[in-house]
Design a protein. Structure first.
Length: 226
């Protein structure tokens, strides 16, 4: 199987084409990872064009995987829209990939792994894994609560992701990885059932932006004095 993976959910703009050359052995045909907090919409098209052109063209792809969050509201929607449009044009399935699952899959799966993303506002997005399998649902969590949760775990724990340095307790190992490894995302893409992993945003918290209270040009409503 040959898959294209796209990651714009965090502070990177990344794409890669990977092929399974034998049972569970993957080869990277072409990949690019560019750190960036903004500007994904301008960069993702040329980046995908380049990695796909360098690996045999769009017709050679069997499946597309794209990160769906949690992460940047704008960034993840850029990647999603591009992946869905490309999948429709090529008539290829598009698989949605959790950034937390991708981070956990990027490290050795044995034992306890906690994937944590800095969610700002004193919180992290968190999910635990045991021997490579999810141990609970992903959730936003206050930093102090997350620290207590990790401190209560018995046995060795590895923490991966941008939120790791905020919550890692004494005795836990911090893995220096801020975004998911693209090969790990390719493996998740190939293993997933597309119908069970739809490419739609995974929001664990409401957006910071709020809708306007009045339409453009509409007069402000003054409170009635008692």
């Amino acid at each position: 199987m040959r898959v294209l993976v796209i990651d714009t959910a965090l502070d990177v703009c990344a794409a890669g084409v990977f092929e399974e050359t034998s049972s569970d052995v993957w080869s990277c045909l072409s990949s690019v990872v560019e750190p960036m907090a903004r500007g994904h919409q301008e960069r993702i098209g040329p980046l995908v064009r380049d990695v796909v052109s360098a690996s045999g063209g769009f017709d050679s792809l069997d499946r597309i995987g794209v990160t769906v969050g949690p992460g940047s509201f704008t960034g993840l929607r850029v990647g999603l829209a591009f992946a869905l449009g490309l999948g429709a044009a090529l008539d290829r399935p598009v698989v949605g990939l959790s950034t937390l699952d991708g981070l956990a899959a990027s490290v050795e799966p044995a034992g306890q792994v906690v994937a944590a993303i800095d969610a700002r506002r004193g919180q992290v997005y968190l999910r635990g894994f045991l021997d490579g399998a999810p141990d609970g649902e992903p959730a936003p969590m206050d930093i102090e609560v997350a620290r207590e949760r990790l401190a209560s775990l018995s046995g060795p724990v590895r923490v991966v992701g941008s939120g790791g340095s905020l919550i890692v307790p004494d005795g836990a190992a911090l893995v220096d990885l801020q975004s998911a490894d693209l090969e790990a995302l390719a493996r998740l893409t190939a293993a997933a059932e597309p119908a069970e992993r739809p490419a739609r945003p995974l929001y664990l918290r409401a957006p910071d932006a709020t809708p306007p209270t009045r339409l453009p040009g509409q007069a402000r409503v003054r409170p009635v004095e008692a």
